[in-house]
Design a protein around this ligand. Structure first.
Ligand SMILES: [Zn+2]
Ligand SMILES: [Zn+2]
Length: 96
């Protein structure tokens, strides 16, 4: 699945620099003003983003990729710990 990117205002495919009544400009501006559901910052221009969990929500690609990676790492950690729990001395960091 490809990520979307909003072209910057004033560029060939970007919205007009001035306030206008073009439908596609308005849509692009509205999306750029939307907040990423992960970092709660504006989606902005020239950044890769994906659809969010809910309709009409968006997540930065980097935020989503970080989130997925963090979840995968947590999973790998658990699997490794389960593989041989006696291998490691118990420590305070093992408490869940
Ligand atoms: Zn326009
Ligand atoms: Zn984000």
């Amino acid at each position: 699945m490809a990520a979307g990117v909003l072209p910057e205002p004033g560029t060939q495919f970007g919205p007009c620099l001035i306030v206008c009544r073009h439908i596609d400009c308005a849509q692009t501006r509205a999306m750029a003003e939307s907040y990423c559901t992960i970092c709660i910052k504006r989606i902005g221009y020239d950044k890769r983003f994906y659809n969010g969990d809910q309709p009409n929500t968006w997540d930065h690609a980097v935020c989503l990729e970080d989130k997925i990676e963090a979840e995968n790492n947590r999973h790998i950690e658990k699997v490794e710990r389960r593989k041989d729990p006696r291998d490691k001395a118990p420590s305070i960091f093992d408490r869940e």
